[in-house]
Design a protein around this ligand. Sequence first.
Ligand code: GLN
Length: 281
Amino acid sequence: MKKLLALVLTGVLGVSLLTACGSSSSASSASSAPAETASTESASAPAETESASGSALDKDTLVIGTNAAFPPFEYAGDDGTPAGFDIELINAIGEKLGKKVEVKDMEFDSLVASIGNKIDIAIAGMTVTEERQKMVDFSDPYYEAVQNVIVTKDSAIASADDLKNKKIGVQLGTTGDFIASDIEGSEVSQYNKAVDAVNDLINGRVDCVIVDANPAQEFVSQHTEELTALEGSQFGFETENYAIAMPKGDTALVEAVNQALKELKEDGTFDKLVAENITGE
Ligand code: GLN
């Protein structure tokens, strides 16, 4: 709820408040947008990261947001800090750009609204969607994905029709959440971590979990006796593309990130990271 409010504040109210509050300060409207948690009274709090006009590329350190609960793309590593494919990829990109990279672990659902204020970039197995494109710019896609449906081995769920009127567990604010909410008669339980949805599936509180294929397979691999992950194509789910999210309009950053991504693909680094983190060494 707080997040929704923050989103409204930064996205919509921010603009209308500023227009309403006076013609006097129209020139710097975007830089004085309210911070995510600010009350309307303190609407002049400056953004924590780059100014509205500058590029995040002007900074020495890029602040990266992720949600370290989405293996193998990101998870808590041995020392508790985020590890995984996306983290290695963004570090390699940072190196190409000559920038330090600082990774913050956040809730997935707050990433998009935090870009341009709390963080410069989000990398989190994030699917490019039209809704998100209204708020952020995406890099070129770097990974193709699809949702899976995790069920218990004794489940009768096998087709799109079978998902109707079911209790579906999802991670809040994810494409799995959006798909589940669109299913006729669905009763959707939203969790901050997909693994909690999986635990509730084992406990019988939900009938299935809709989550991206790679994490689905990781979760199922921990419970092979009880669970199985069904292919999204079986349910008519469309393929999705993961990309890196950046502040809307920061073209310099987007171009630099795309160039770095291209070089990492050309020099074999990207494939090496895929092999080491996703497809198995
Ligand atoms: N790919 C999904 C999405 O973008 C889930 C991402 C995640 O949970 N990290 O919504």
